[in-house]
Design a protein around this ligand. Sequence first.
Ligand code: SF4
Length: 334
Amino acid sequence: MSSQSLTDGFGRQITYLRLSVTDRCDLRCGYCMSENMSFLPKRDLLNLEELEHLSAAFINRGVRKIRISGGEPLVRRDIMKLMGNLSKHLDSGDLDELTLTTNATQLSRYAGELKAMGVGRINISLDTLDDDKFAQLTRRRVLKTVLEGIEAAQNAGLKIKINVVALADFNRDEIPSMIEWAHKEGMDLTLIEVMPLGEVEEDRFDQYLPLTALRDELEQDWTLEPIDKNTGGPARYVRVRETGGVLGFITPLTNNFCAGCNRVRVTCTGQIYMCLGHMDCIDLRTALRGSDPETALNAALDIAMLRKPERHTFDIAGPGAMPAVERHMSVTGG
Ligand code: SF4
């Protein structure tokens, strides 16, 4: 069994796996999913043992951080069993971090258990604090449940980062108050540029808000001091002197971050996508279900490293521009 680290053709070491455990979600955010999504048949999904086996294979090849994502990972019925089993790699020291990205609708139920099994911090996707706007964007009126989930996570002692997709035609004016709210609650907040993945009803050209422009606006009222914070992801961080809190910027379109890429994504059906910005993928499920999964998996991971592209080619050129990638964000989860 090879334990050679995963290094791509550009010399970048891959130490971060983003593992999607379901394509399903209980929300329908307008920039991520269309209203009438058809989801994968459950038989196509990797089962619990296969997700664990796959994770162990990546850990064996030098992955130190696993982020569980979806869709919405906490809607998958056996998710806590998976988290529990993966947390054993934290205990053994083979994994530095096991974390999660969630929309918080299920957090009231699971926050305590996540903390108890060694999850230290989580990312929560939330783009507005306005009840009507939340219902408009997600097509579900459940903001109250989300805020209760956040409170449960805080009470459980989980460190929280709020991820906000900056949308020109939706939450631009609300972003300063969301930052103030998060910092007052002791949470970090990261702003993310919308990414053109998958066809959706809305025009991404209307949604696209360059964070360079937004940062200029914020700096008219606040002092943003760059800080040397690295969470192993693409965000670049500042401290807001006036609030004392940490603010992150994820800028795939205005400030490319691919040179420092350390990650790959695996879908809930076992397809490895070497880059969020490309459709190229390799099937790991067949390898997993074959006669010699270890050898086949390692061979597939070696090929994946050879095929990992240097960078994404995202672009939101103009009104009605086609998505850069056909695949919806919910297939790999950010
Ligand atoms: S877009 Fe692709 S190459 Fe760039 S950071 Fe993301 S996964 Fe890596």
